[in-house]
Design a protein around this ligand. Structure first.
Ligand SMILES: Cc1ncc(COP(=O)(O)O)c(C=O)c1O
Length: 411
């Protein structure tokens, strides 16, 4: 494959699931922000593991256990490379973005936060970057403050950031790319401003890690989290990256087997990171499938994927903007690969249900960003989210279906 111009049509053939009809119509899968489909390479890696290598890791001295352990740890090395981490020891395997943030909030937050401290978030956070902090705030007495969102165009009001970064702020946790708006936040700049003041930074990379090049050193954050299933990997696996010195100073999140050096009836000595945070038998096939997904994406080039997804989203946005009675959310320019919208007097769930009948898979709802929806004065939006296996013909089909829905509602 020519690395500068991937053969998108050929890549699409790697995804068996896309070749099917839904309700008698060719499937147009535009719900990639919820979860991405899996290429044959990932499915094969999982099958190979279960057919040939399945054993528990870090325990046996037999051949299968050695193979499983080697594959599990090779995935850790691969994940470090995928996001520019200095060492594999900085990579903790989790169930996903949600568990990664819960781990930081509980292990780092409970140890370091106290009454009077402030946790800074943004108004566009996914519930998984809100609720864990609310729970920790309740336990520690810390307060939560928010960087405001400007309105329908969905940008952070950056003019407010410096005044929000007070001495009381101990942690600033922010989403890289908004799943509801498609906004790409200037995380490197935000982390630099926080870092100058000694504030710990967390970046939610659920929507960025598989869509654009990511380098945690260049971002300059302290923690970065993402989910395997959104980057063509399996469900149930995710990555938490943290700076080594922070991870090593954090208490364990869960206790159990494999995270210990020695255990007595009264007291336990723990391993260093990352093993300290991986209690019990981990998801072993998950990292192996994720490894295959990371190889697959980087063979295409995430810079290519980024451009492709942005082009599709801009095309869709312009087409929707050209229709009457459509309210669009998120930035007009430099948006990530998704569009969020509402049709006048039509509930987002009706849009999604009717689109589904036409074979087009969209998402409708609050997208786990309920406070943001309320801020924008809506309960929900409809969302089309793209990935590299989508093409312009599918966007045209999506727009055609939207027009049919408008007609159905007499618009
Ligand atoms: C921005 C963002 N953060 C966090 C999450 C949570 O990811 P997961 O459910 O894989 O833990 C999502 C999932 O949609 C997301 O879009």
């Amino acid at each position: 494959m020519n690395r500068s111009t991937p053969d998108w049509a050929r890549l699409r053939k790697d995804f068996p699931i896309l070749d099917q009809k839904v309700h008698g119509k060719p499937l147009v899968y535009l719900d990639n922000a919820a979860t991405a489909q899996k290429p044959r390479a990932v499915i094969d890696a999982l099958v190979h593991y279960y057919e040939r290598d399945n054993a528990n890791v870090h325990r046996g001295i037999h051949e299968l256990s050695n193979r499983a352990t080697a594959a599990y740890e090779a995935a850790r090395v691969r994940a470090a490379k995928f996001i520019g981490a200095k060492t594999a020891e900085e990579i903790v395997f989790t169930r996903g973005t949600t568990e990664g943030i819960n781990l930081v909030a509980n292990a780092w937050g409970v140890k370091n936060l106290k009454a009077g401290d402030v946790i800074l978030l943004t108004e566009m956070e996914h519930h998984s970057n809100l609720v864990p902090w609310q729970l920790v705030a309740q336990r520690t007495g810390a307060k939560i403050a928010y960087v405001p969102v400007t309105g329908d165009e969905g940008l952070l009001d950056l003019s407010k950031v410096d005044s929000l970064l007070t001495k009381q702020v101990k942690v600033f946790s922010m989403v890289h790319i908004s799943n509801s708006l498609g906004t790409v936040n200037p995380v490197a700049d935000l982390c630099a401003r926080a870092r100058k003041l000694g504030i710990v930074t967390v970046v939610d990379g659920a929507q960025s890690a598989g869509h654009c090049p990511v380098d945690v050193q260049a971002i300059g954050c302290d923690f970065f989290v993402f989910s395997g299933h959104k980057i063509c990997g399996p469900t149930g696996i995710g990555v938490l990256w943290g700076r080594q010195e922070l991870l090593d100073a954090m208490p364990p999140y869960q206790g159990g087997g494999e995270m210990i050096l020695s255990v007595g009836y009264q007291k336990t000595e723990f391993k260093n990171a990352p093993h300290r945070f991986e209690a019990g038998t981990p998801d072993i096939s998950g990292p192996i499938g994720l490894h295959a997904a990371m190889d697959y994406l980087d063979a295409i080039g995430r810079e290519n994927i980024w451009k492709h997804d942005q082009d599709l989203a801009n095309y869709a946005y312009d087409k929707l903007a050209g229709l009457k009675n459509v309210r669009l959310f998120g930035p007009k320019k430099e948006r990530a690969g998704l569009v969020s919208f509402l049709l006048k007097d039509v509930h987002a769930h009706d849009v999604v249900t009717l689109a589904d009948q036409a074979g087009v898979a969209l998402r409708g709802g609050h997208h786990c960003t309920q406070p943001l929806m309320h801020k924008l004065g809506v309960e929900s939006t409809a969302r089309a989210s793209f990935y590299f296996y989508n093409d312009q013909a599918e966007v045209d089909r999506f727009i055609e279906v939207i027009k049919e829905i408008q007609k159905f509602f007499g618009q």
